[in-house]
Design a protein around this ligand. Structure first.
Ligand SMILES: CC(C)(COP(=O)(O)OP(=O)(O)OC[C@H]1O[C@@H](n2cnc3c(N)ncnc32)[C@H](O)[C@@H]1OP(=O)(O)O)[C@@H](O)C(=O)NCCC(=O)NCCS
Length: 290
């Protein structure tokens, strides 16, 4: 089985349409017989005939499937390679509970020093959130959850999302994505420049971790076998991000149940006769593709 989706992104004022292979799996007895290669070839042909710009496959490092996936997307065959996100999963209640106790202590101290406040995430966009969404895209500047682009799986969780306010002004947010009843993704986590070292970001994380994974639990007498009500949390970051790698290595890697580095492999496809500007967002190509 090969599952893929069409992803559009704006690049140099042009709309780039990619086919992202989200999942590729062959049953064990049938592995090593060229089935995955044929699926990738068929999907690539489909993308090409439908005028898409590239095919993307994210490859996890150090997994049993890694060598096969790398051969399927070899650089000799024209695939490009770039660093992908690091995906971190937390689920060990003892280790994560100890981290939460530390984060809560730190948050209390830093709040007194910096004076920020944590507020609930509103169910309707405030003018400040609207302005952030309307701001031009900038490298390394975060955006809050956009209700016009809902998740294809799971939903934006108001209960587990927060805003960070200073002098009644928005300076950060944590927008959580409930992927399933068992998994909460700490998706859009952001603080404005100048607030990175204020402890506000980790304080929002702790403020969500408590009700999401340790509801009604005394952290000092924590003998949980499994976090509750949501057993697992996850987040991801690009290794070249300014702050996330260092912060994640320091606080989350020691207690993570999974820390998976990935590579992004992409195959540029020959350009069809038409080129599209960003404004067009090629509804024609999209409609065809779907
Ligand atoms: C990864 C997977 C999809 C490959 O499927 P497959 O049908 O066995 O792959 P193919 O037979 O088409 O082989 C593709 C290439 O990988 C190579 N390959 C296959 N298994 C390999 C292995 N264990 N080690 C090294 N190379 C391997 C093949 O030799 C072939 O390369 P070549 O054509 O240059 O000789 C399959 O192993 C699988 O389903 N794994 C579990 C699910 C998974 O982890 N999916 C990936 C995450 S989305």
């Amino acid at each position: 089985m090969l599952l893929a989706r069409i992803k559009s992104s704006a690049k140099d004022n042009k709309c780039d349409l990619a086919m992202e292979i989200c999942s590729l799996a062959v049953r064990k007895p049938w592995q090593g017989k060229g089935i995955a290669r044929n699926l990738v070839i068929a999907a690539t042909r489909w993308a090409e005939t439908h005028g898409l710009d590239q095919v993307i496959l994210v490859i996890p490092e150090n997994q049993t499937s890694t060598p096969a996936l790398k051969r399927l997307t070899s650089l000799e065959a024209g695939w490009h390679d770039s660093p992908g996100k690091v995906i971190v999963t937390l689920s060990d209640p003892i280790k994560v509970g100890a981290l939460l106790a530390r984060l809560e202590k730190m948050a209390k101290r830093q709040q007194q020093r910096w004076g920020w406040k944590i507020a609930p995430y509103p169910d309707e966009l405030t003018s400040e959130l609207q302005a952030r969404l309307a701001a031009p895209d900038e490298h390394n500047i975060g955006k809050p959850y956009d209700p016009n682009q809902p998740y294809s799986t799971g939903c934006h969780s108001l209960r587990y999302s927060r805003l960070l306010m200073a002098d009644d002004k928005l300076v950060g947010w944590l927008a959580a994505h409930q992927l399933s009843p068992n998994l909460l993704r700490y998706n859009k986590v952001w603080v404005d420049p100048g607030w990175e070292k204020s402890g506000g970001l980790l304080a929002m994380v702790a403020d969500v971790m408590r009700p999401a994974h340790f509801a009604g639990v005394d952290l000092h007498a924590n003998n949980l076998k499994i976090c509750r009500p949501i057993p697992k949390g996850c987040f991801s970051f690009y290794p070249n991000h300014i702050n996330m790698p260092r912060m994640s290595e320091r606080h989350f890697r020691p207690v993570a149940s999974q820390w998976v580095e990935t590579r992004t492999r992409s195959l540029p496809l020959p350009r069809t006769s038409k080129s599209y500007t960003k404004g067009e967002v090629s509804s024609e190509r999209k409609a065809e593709s779907y």
